[in-house]
Design a protein around this ligand. Structure first.
Ligand SMILES: *Cc1c(COP(=O)(O)O)cnc(C)c1O
Length: 398
């Protein structure tokens, strides 16, 4: 296996994936961003502010919770990394804070973002309110409908939400619009991307800000079990940022199994799926070379998943690389399997997970672990935003 680190090479490549494929007008933006990231993000001054906000504003460290009922159900040792307990309800806030801090240091006062489930939009609108920045959020019209509560939160926070009606009006289309905006306003606008996708340095930068998740898991596991490393970590993958954060400090530890759940929608053979790693082929989307779902002549296929946060035809270059070299195991999970897993966690533990995170939980039904093993599931977010969706599905509970 090659390149078993979470970092890309200095051109932004993870193996054959990554790079920065942007229109001419954005070249200097992407370059300036990389310089700013390298200049500011590793200083003591930056880290002191970042860590203080993560602790006092986000509520970190998020707990690592031993889920006894799940341990019984699956006859192994299961710990949930509770990113659902973060302020605004998901891991997205970690990156939104780090990115907005960078924007301020670059003297940019207008923030744009794209959002699918609305979690990144809410996190960005929240941080903009906190830091006094103007905020515009692009969101597919379909997602505006299915994620109402988050749209209302963004508006209350003072953000302008722009509904996008192109394509099938989901995350891909919102991202296209955000990139278009950035091209028109390269001087005063900072684009906060919500996942480990987009042109270099975004995947590296977002993974860096999310890496606090695995940093904490190490310390917390040592406390729980006397050992820093688990036998396996499970995370769902849309663009790959919560997985990148949960895996970051374990990627170079070959004894830790890294397992990703991707959204199979109605099933990977149905044409109604977002299982990008299983079904995708190499191509370029939103500024980076990665795996994406496309037709033989290179047209992007419309993805489908019940979960707005996983409904994306691409995947970040780090996840594409880790899967391609065999470092991660990729498990497709259908809508029904995810909904059932969400209900199971709710009834077993009294925790309503985001539908995205429910995909990771469903892996426990598919892989049998030994009774003495330690498994960490990254619970990327909470399910308040998904209530209507859960209630309209009849779970197939075993
Ligand atoms: C956005 C989101 C995801 C998917 O994005 P990644 O970048 O793959 O983590 C997963 N879970 C939740 C709760 C989300 O909001």
């Amino acid at each position: 296996m090659t390149h078993l680190t979470p970092l890309p090479d200095n051109r932004g490549y993870y193996g054959v994936f990554g790079g920065a494929f942007v229109p001419e007008i954005l070249h200097s933006n992407v370059e300036n961003l990389e310089n700013a990231f390298k200049t500011y993000a590793f200083t003591d001054e930056f880290n002191r502010e970042f860590r203080t906000l993560l602790r006092d504003y986000v509520g970190r460290p998020s707990p690592l919770y031993r889920a006894d009922a799940l341990c019984q159900r699956y006859n192994t040792n299961i710990y949930l990394k509770r990113e659902d307990l973060n302020h605004t309800g998901a891991h997205k806030i970690n990156n939104a804070i780090g990115s907005a801090m960078l924007a301020k240091r670059m003297g940019k006062h207008r923030i744009i973002a794209e959002t699918g489930a609305g979690q990144h939009g809410v996190a960005t609108a929240t941080v903009c309110a906190l830091m006094g920045l103007e905020c515009v959020v692009y969101m597919g019209a379909t997602d505006v409908e299915r994620q109402r509560p988050n749209v209302e939160r963004m508006k209350m926070l003072g953000a302008k939400v722009v509904a996008v009606h192109s394509g099938n009006s989901t995350l891909k289309d919102a991202t296209n619009e955000a990139i278009r905006d950035w091209c028109c306003n390269p001087a005063d606008t900072f684009y906060i991307i919500g996942s480990t996708v987009g042109p270099h340095p975004y995947p590296e930068m977002v993974a860096h800000f999310q890496s606090v998740i695995s940093e904490e898991i190490k310390v917390q596991l040592l406390g729980h079990t006397g050992k820093e490393t688990p036998d396996a970590i499970i995370a769902c993958v849309g663009g790959g940022s919560n997985a990148a954060g949960a895996f970051y400090h374990f990627i170079s530890e070959p004894d830790v199994r890294l397992i990703v759940a991707e959204a199979a929608g109605l099933g990977i053979n149905t044409n109604m799926s977002a299982a990008t790693i299983k079904l995708g082929s190499e191509g370029i989307i939103h500024g980076s070379r990665t795996l994406l779902m496309q037709t033989d002549d290179g047209q992007i296929k419309e993805p489908y998943s019940i979960s707005a946060g996983l409904d994306y035809p691409g995947v970040g270059p780090l996840q594409a690389h880790l899967a391609t070299v065999g470092r991660t195991e990729v498990i497709p999970v259908t809508d029904n399997e995810a909904v059932a897993a969400g209900y199971r966690l709710t009834r077993d533990e009294g925790i309503i997970p985001a539908l995205e995170s429910a995909h990771a939980l469903a892996v426990l039904e598919k892989i049998k672990f030994d009774p003495n093993q330690t498994i960490v599931v990254n619970l990327s977010g909470r399910g308040d935003k998904d209530l209507a969706n859960y209630l309209s599905h009849n779970p197939d509970l075993k």
